[in-house]
Design a protein around this ligand. Structure first.
Ligand code: ADP
Ligand code: MG
Length: 725
C-alpha cells in the first residue's frame, strides 16, 4: 500500500508537470480581482441609498446599533448584488467553540404559489439566524431543552461570496449566542474585548491630548502549514483523522542541512499557492508574503494586518482556502501543529497592535521613543498586561496539538515572557532609574563592499525564541498554534491590555487631579509599572535550560502542557477582569474551560484509538509477514545443512519486538476502556496514562518500520511524504 501511494504520487507529479496553462494569477489581475467578491465599503457606497449607507458606516466605525429598516434596505441590496454574481444561497457563518467555522446554507428562493420561485431576503434574515445550537459545544451552558442558538450579523466584517465547486454562496459573518445571550462562539468575546479596549485606550489618549474617538485592535496572523502529495495523505489513516502522523520513523535526511528555509518553492506548490491567493484576493484577504519554512514541505503565508475581527475571519478563510485549493493540485494541506515528529511544527504568529481612528499606530515608537511618552505608556501597559495575565495568555494557546511544539526547541517555550530588544530595554531601564533621556539607535551596517547601498541597522536583533516579541511597531505573539482560531488569543491579549490601561489611566488621572504635571506624572507612573513588571522582559535565548531556571527564580509561570494550563481561565483574577469589562461572564469562562478540557481528552482518545487500529490492521500484519519470511529463511538454511547465526539472531530480535508491540497495543486498547468522574479527571487520565502508552507504542512501531522491508510496509514513510513534491 505504501508503495502503491508512492507510485500514484509520482504519476501525480508527472501529470502535473505536463499540465500546462494551469496558473491562474498574474500580478496585473490582482488589482482587478481584489475584493471583487466582497460587499465592501466601495460596493456599499455604490449600492446603498445614501442614508442607509451613512447609518451602516456609523455602525461600523462608531459602534451604533443598526435599526431594522436600515437592515431591510441593506439586505435587499446585498441580495441583488449576490444574485447578479450568481449566488443562489446565503449562509450565516460563525465560529463555534469547536475552533473551526460552521455554516448552514439557505436558498434565496421561495416558491410564489403560482409555480414560480422568487428571490427574497429580509433585514431580519440578514441580521439574525437560528441554527440548532444543541450540536455545538456549549461547555454546559445550555441544556438540551433550551437548544436555541442565534447568529447575529457582525456588520464590522463585510459579507462576501464563497465559491466552492459549482456553487456560489453569500457568506454573512456572524456572532453565535444562546437563547440567554451567552456567547457560544469565539467571535462574540472578541468583539466585546475590542469594545472594552477601545474605551480604555481612548480614555488614555484623551489624557495625552488626542481627539481620537475609537481605537481598534489590529492583527496580522502569519500561517505556517505543510503541503504533501494527496496520495500519501489518503494512505495514512492518522493524517486523515488526526491531522498528524502517529507512527513514522525519522528519515535519514530531515531539516539538518537547513536547505529548506526561504528555499525556492517547488513548481506545483507555487501554483497551488498562487491559486489559493487568487481565491483569497477575491474575498478581500490581503495576502502579502509567501515562503518556504524551516521543515521540508513546510510553507508560510501572511496577510497585511487588519482590525482584529476582520483579520480573524480572514484567517479562518485562509485556512479553509488552503485546504480546499490544495486538493486541486493533488496536494493535501496539513494545518496541524506537529504533523511530523522530529521536524519543526507549525505556528501562527499573531502580530498585534492598536490603531486610533486618526490613523495612528499606538505602538509606533517614532524616531525618539525615549521622549514619546504616549508610546511608552501603551508599551508599558502591554508589558504589565502580559505579566499580570501570563497564565491566561498561556491558556489561550493551550491545546493537545500545541503541546508537541511549545518548548520543543523549535517553538517558544511554555513560559510567557516579552522580548523588547536592546533599544526599548535600554529606554525602560532609563525610565526605571528616573527618566529616559536618550535612544540608542542602530546606526548603519558596515557591509564592507563600497558598491552596496548603506543600510540602516535595526536597534535590536530578532529573537526567534521569544513567545511574545516587540518587532518595531507591534507585538508578535508567537506561541499561537497553526491550527487554532486566533480569536481567543487576541481576546485575551485585548483584555490583558484593557485592564492595564484602565489601571494606569486611573493612576494617572489621580495624579493629575492632585495637580501634578503630565510629564512628571507619567514618568513616575511608568517607573512604578516597570519596576513591578520588568521580570517579564527577557531578551535572551528562550530555548536554553538556563532560562527555565531563571524564569522560576523570577516567579514566572511555566505550564508545560495543556491540562496544567487550562485552569488559568477560571482563576479569580481572570473572572474578575473579564466580568468587569463585560467580555465573558464567570459561566462563559467555565464553559470555555470545560470545552477545552473535553477537546483535549477527545483528541488524545481519537489519536490513541487510531494507533490501536493502525497497529492491528497495518503494522502488525506487515511485521508478522516479515517474521514469517525470516523464520522460513532460517529453516531453509538449516535444511540446506547450514546455520545462520545472524539469521537466528534477527528472528529472535524480531519476535521480541513484535511481541512487545502487540502487548503494548493490547494495553493501550484496554486503557481506553475507561470512564472518569469528571471531564477534568478524564483529561488528566489521558495525559498521565494514555499518552505514555501511545509514546511507547509509537517507539516500537517506528523500530519495526526501519527493519520491515519497504515492499510490504503498509504506510507512506516520512522520507516519501516530506521529500517527494
Ligand atoms: P516580520 O514578522 O518578518 O517582521 P512583517 O513586518 O511583514 O514581518 O509583519 C508580519 C505581520 O505583521 C504581517 O502580517 C503584518 O501585516 C503584521 N503587522 C504589521 N504591522 C502591524 C500592526 N500595526 N498591527 C498588527 N499587525 C501588524
Ligand atoms: Mg513574523
Amino acid at each position: 500500500m505504501g508503495s502503491a501511494a508512492l507510485g500514484e504520487a509520482i504519476r501525480n507529479i508527472r501529470d502535473w508537470a505536463m499540465h500546462e496553462g494551469r496558473a491562474v494569477t498574474t500580478p496585473a489581475r490582482v488589482g482587478e480581482i481584489f475584493g471583487s467578491f466582497v460587499f465592501n465599503d466601495k460596493t456599499q457606497q455604490a449600492r446603498l441609498p445614501k442614508g442607509v449607507y451613512k447609518s451602516l458606516r456609523e455602525t461600523i466605525t462608531q459602534g451604533r446599533p443598526l435599526d431594522i429598516s436600515t437592515a431591510d434596505a441593506i439586505a435587499s441590496a446585498l441580495k441583488d448584488w449576490a444574485i447578479e454574481h450568481g449566488a443562489s444561497h446565503y449562509t450565516h457563518w460563525f465560529q463555534p467553540m469547536t475552533g473551526i467555522t460552521a455554516e448552514k446554507h439557505d436558498s434565496f428562493y421561495a416558491p410564489t404559489g403560482d409555480g414560480r420561485a422568487m428571490a427574497e431576503f429580509s433585514g431580519k434574515e440578514l441580521v439574525r439566524g437560528e441554527p440548532d445550537a444543541s450540536s455545538f459545544p456549549s461547555g454546559g451552558m445550555r441544556s438540551t431543552f433550551e437548544a436555541r442558538g442565534y447568529t447575529a450579523w457582525d456588520p464590522t466584517s463585510p459579507p462576501w461570496l464563497f465559491t466552492n465547486g459549482n456553487s456560489l454562496t453569500l457568506v454573512i459573518p456572524t456572532a453565535f449566542v444562546s437563547w440567554t445571550g451567552e456567547a457560544l462562539d469565539k467571535k462574540t468575546p472578541l468583539l466585546r474585548s475590542m469594545e472594552a479596549l477601545s474605551t480604555q485606550a481612548v480614555r488614555v489618549l484623551r489624557l495625552f491630548g488626542s481627539t481620537a474617538s475609537r481605537v481598534t485592535a489590529t492583527c496580522g496572523p502569519e500561517q505556517e502549514y505543510f503541503l504533501i502529495d494527496r496520495n500519501f495523505y489518503f494512505a495514512r489513516p492518522d493524517l486523515i483523522n488526526a491531522g498528524r502522523t502517529l507512527f513514522g520513523a525519522r528519515p535519514p535526511k530531515g531539516q539538518e542541512l537547513e536547505d529548506q528555509y526561504f528555499g525556492s518553492i517547488p513548481e506545483r506548490v507555487l501554483a497551488c499557492m498562487a491559486e489559493a491567493e487568487a481565491e483569497l484576493y477575491k474575498v478581500g484577504v490581503p495576502i502579502k508574503t509567501r515562503h518556504n519554512e524551516v521543515a521540508p514541505s513546510q510553507y508560510e503565508v501572511a496577510p497585511i494586518f487588519e482590525s482584529a475581527n476582520v483579520a480573524t475571519d480572514h484567517q479562518m478563510m485562509t485556512m479553509e482556502t488552503l485546504k480546499r485549493v490544495a486538493g486541486k493540485y493533488g496536494l493535501a494541506c496539513l494545518l496541524h501543529e506537529k504533523p511530523f515528529a522530529g521536524v519543526n511544527g507549525s505556528g501562527k504568529h499573531l502580530n498585534w497592535s492598536m490603531a486610533d481612528d486618526l490613523g495612528n499606530n499606538l505602538l509606533n515608537p517614532g524616531d525618539t521613543p525615549h521622549d514619546n511618552m504616549q508610546f511608552l505608556f501603551f508599551c508599558a501597559a502591554v508589558l504589565r498586561g502580559v505579566d499580570r495575565f501570563q497564565g491566561l495568555l498561556r491558556m489561550s494557546i493551550a491545546r493537545a496539538g500545541n503541546d508537541h511544539r511549545l518548548g520543543a526547541n523549535e517553538a517558544p517555550p511554555a513560559i510567557l515572557s516579552v522580548f523588547l530588544g536592546d533599544m526599548l530595554t535600554d529606554i525602560f531601564e532609563q525610565v526605571e532609574s528616573g527618566g529616559a533621556k536618550t535612544t540608542k539607535h542602530g546606526g548603519f551596517l558596515d557591509i564592507g563592499v563600497s558598491v552596496l547601498p548603506q543600510l540602516p541597522r535595526d536597534a535590536g536583533d530578532r529573537n526567534r525564541t521569544s513567545p511574545f516579541a516587540f518587532t518595531g511597531n507591534k507585538f508578535e505573539f508567537r506561541a499561537v498554534s497553526s491550527n487554532q482560531n486566533v480569536a481567543f488569543p487576541a481576546t485575551c491579549l485585548n483584555v490583558a491590555v484593557t485592564e492595564s490601561l484602565d489601571y494606569m489611566a486611573g493612576e494617572l488621572e489621580g495624579m493629575l487631579a492632585k495637580g501634578q504635571g503630565l510629564e512628571d506624572a507619567v514618568g513616575a507612573l511608568l517607573k512604578k509599572v516597570v519596576k513591578q513588571h520588568k521580570r517579564i522582559i527577557f531578551n535572551g535565548n528562550g530555548y536554553a535550560d538556563a532560562w527555565q531556571k531563571e524564569a522560576a527564580t523570577r516567579g514566572l509561570l511555566n505550564h508545560k502542557e495543556t491540562v496544567a494550563a487550562l485552569p488559568e481561565v477560571i482563576k479569580p483574577d481572570v473572572i474578575k477582569t473579564f466580568t468587569k469589562f463585560k467580555v465573558l461572564s464567570e459561566r462563559e469562562l467555565h464553559a470555555r474551560y470545560e470545552v477545552n478540557l473535553e477537546n483535549y481528552a477527545k483528541t488524545i482518545n481519537i489519536e490513541a484509538q487510531l494507533m490501536v487500529l493502525m497497529a492491528n490492521r497495518y503494522i502488525l500484519p506487515a511485521a508478522l509477514d516479515y517474521q514469517k519470511q525470516v523464520a522460513q529463511s532460517v529453516i531453509a538454511v538449516k535444511q540446506a545443512g547450514g546455520a545462520s547465526k545472524e539469521g537466528k539472531k534477527l528472528l529472535t530480535d524480531l519476535v521480541k519486538l513484535i511481541d512487545g508491540f502487540r502487548a503494548t497495543t493490547v494495553l493501550l486498547a484496554k486503557a481506553l476502556d475507561h470512564t472518569s468522574p469528571s471531564t477534568e479527571a478524564h483529561a488528566k487520565y489521558m495525559r498521565d496514562k494514555v499518552i505514555p502508552l501511545c509514546m511507547k507504542l509509537r517507539d516500537l512501531g517506528d523500530r519495526l518500520e526501519v527493519i520491515v522491508p519497504h515492499s510490504i510496509w503498509p504506510l507512506p514513510t516520512y522520507r516519501e511524504m516530506l521529500f517527494i513534491k
